[in-house]
Write a protein that binds this ligand. Structure first.
Ligand code: 6PG
Length: 238
């Protein structure tokens, strides 16, 4: 199933995503007692995380926080207190404001100078916590870069062709850095994947992916249930 929704503003996009988060988390906890989610990084999901963590907004009280296991779809090869840390962003925007058990917040040990080892460790954590053979997340959040990358799966990267590992540590030449990222096998195995895409700078890549041949990593994401939530600016060339 592929669902595309265009919301008027970034705020509307965050609210629509928050409603889906609340619905999915409660369904999973009712059925299986836990909800497993992988959070995306970058800037776009921050509004969603702030909304979910805000005590003055309706969502916080509707989420079964103590039954949720949090993971990250990818992480920068920096310590958890670094300004570029995806963990730090989600923790400051949401996790430090909600009653989640710290034991259930599974961040990448990205301070490990050996990125490959950090990826292997993270894969073991995913295999240990996330049910299914292979592990099947209830929900994975993703973004898309203006170059069509998603998570930290970039065009031309060997990780695009990964068929076994759930987590990898590709060197990203254009960033001159390693990244730790979930791979397509685990992303495409998820029960549901939701892309959040916001802003005029994304309009060109959105158009190319919607109208053009398959050329970009984000187009390799094909789980059983796929949602694209775009704001009007990101959808402006559709
Ligand atoms: C990261 C992300 C990455 C992100 C896109 C979009 O660590 O950077 O996980 O895949 O989703 O780069 O980033 P923005 O939301 O900042 O445009």
């Amino acid at each position: 199933m592929m669902d595309l929704r265009i919301l008027p503003t970034p705020g509307d996009l965050a609210r629509a995503a928050a409603e889906l988060f609340v619905a999915r988390s409660n369904e999973a906890v009712a059925e299986r007692g836990i909800f497993t989610i992988a959070l995306s990084g970058g800037s776009t999901p921050k509004l969603l995380y702030q909304l979910l963590g805000d005590p003055n907004k309706p969502f916080r009280e509707q989420v079964p926080w103590p039954s949720i296991h949090f993971f990250w779809t990818d992480e920068r090869h920096v310590p958890p207190d670094h300004p570029e840390s995806n963990y730090r962003m989600a923790n400051e925007a949401m996790l430090s404001h909600v009653p989640v058990s710290r034991d259930d917040v599974h961040r990448v040990m990205s301070e490990n100078p050996d990125a490959a080892e950090a990826a292997e460790d993270y894969e073991q954590t995913v295999l240990r916590i996330v049910p299914g053979k292979p592990s099947r997340f209830d929900l994975i959040l993703l973004g898309v870069g203006t170059d069509g990358h998603t998570a930290s799966i970039f065009s031309g990267s060997e990780v695009l062709h990964e068929t076994k590992r759930l987590v990898a540590a590709p060197w990203v030449e254009k960033l001159k850095s390693y990244r730790i990222t979930m791979t397509l096998p685990v992303i495409n195995k998820a029960a549901s994947v939701m892309f959040l895409v916001s802003g005029a700078e994304k309009a060109e890549i959105v158009k190319e992916m919607a109208q053009g041949p398959k050329r970009y990593p984000a187009q390799e994401v094909r789980p059983a249930e796929l949602r694209w939530l775009l704001d009007r600016e990101a959808a402006s060339k559709l």
